[in-house]
Design a protein. Structure first.
Length: 313
């Protein structure tokens, strides 16, 4: 199992935290994004470019880019440019968004079209990112015989990670994804959805097991399991503007290191080969303590399941 962490909201320290993650042995750093949300947010491409400049080996994941708020050509340019400045270390995580409709209003995009816009973009992006001359007359985008230069370093482009929860997201992942990355999922839900994703991929002529399983976990680890649970509830409830108390034991990763390891083993057994851990801490100091504890007592156990760290897509 490859293990990554999300970078914290303290944007001036993005490169510093990414360097720490690389030196500590994490496989990946991830950044999510919104144009507007309930609290402070960043832009994934900008934050990951800063992380790329401060590191040499660690992979960089957008978790997740809200693809439909970007014009297709702009999105392609950003993906290719980030892959260039990171020397081919970018993993392109894509979501359709929709949980905060006002940001779609601000972007001038009909939130009801977010799935169709994303599907069109994902169908065209590989050719653009490979540097091909592309002529595309689509519902949402027009590309009049243009070649993106310079193209992405990776061919035909960075690995595509897709997230979501609904049947449309599962079908989209079967068609386009290299990695299926749901969040707020139980291990049982992960196993079921991953099977559906790969079954759909086979129907489309892709090889068996074409899509790798992953899971994004909001959570907290502490020597006190009760404190970890409450920290996870408090932070995630604030982020999503709803009380997560009744959902915590189902969807949030929390507990002392042994409890967290046991829960992660359940996700591993359900098919997750990548974990993105988003530390739910109230202050930067608590976040640093939580990540240090995770690195010291959880990460080595997870590594032992697969014989050590793996890098690359």
């Amino acid at each position: 199992m490859r293990v990554g962490i999300t970078l914290g909201p303290d944007q001036p320290n993005v490169a510093t935290e990414a360097r720490w993650a690389e030196a500590t042995g994490f496989d990946q750093v991830a950044v999510g994004e919104h144009l507007f949300f309930h609290g402070p947010t960043t832009n994934g491409f900008v934050a990951l470019a800063a992380a790329a400049g401060g590191t040499e080996r660690i992979r960089l994941l957008s978790a997740l880019t809200i693809a439909p708020v970007y014009p297709l050509a702009v999105l392609a340019k950003l993906v290719a440019s980030l892959d260039q400045v990171s020397a081919g270390r970018f993993d392109f995580g894509v979501g359709v968004g929709g949980e905060y409709p006002p940001e779609f209003v601000a972007a001038g995009v009909d939130v009801r079209e977010r799935g169709a816009r994303t599907d069109e973009a994902l169908a065209v992006l590989p050719r653009l990112l490979a540097g091909e001359t592309v002529t595309h007359h689509g519902r949402f985008a027009e590309i009049p015989g243009l070649a993106l230069q310079p193209p992405a370093v990776q061919r035909p482009g960075p690995p595509v990670w897709l997230g979501g929860r609904k049947p449309a997201a599962i079908r989209r992942a079967g068609r386009f994804a290299d990695v299926w990355l749901p969040y707020m999922y139980t291990p049982e839900q992960l196993a079921d959805s991953l099977a559906q994703v790969n079954a759909h991929a086979i129907q489309l002529g892709r090889p068996e097991g074409a899509v790798r399983g992953a899971v994004y976990c909001w959570g907290a680890v502490h020597t006190s399991s009760a404190r970890a649970r409450q920290s996870a509830i408090d932070v995630v409830s604030t982020v999503y503007q709803q009380d997560f108390t009744p959902l915590a034991d189902r969807y949030l990763l929390h507990g002392d290191p042994d409890q967290v390891v046991r829960r992660l083993r359940e996700y591993h057994d359900a098919g997750a080969r990548d974990l993105v851990f988003s530390a739910a801490a109230a202050t930067p100091e608590q976040r640093a303590e939580m990540l240090e504890l995770f690195a010291a007592e959880v990460l080595p156990e997870v590594r032992s399941w697969s014989g050590g760290p793996r890098t690359g897509a």
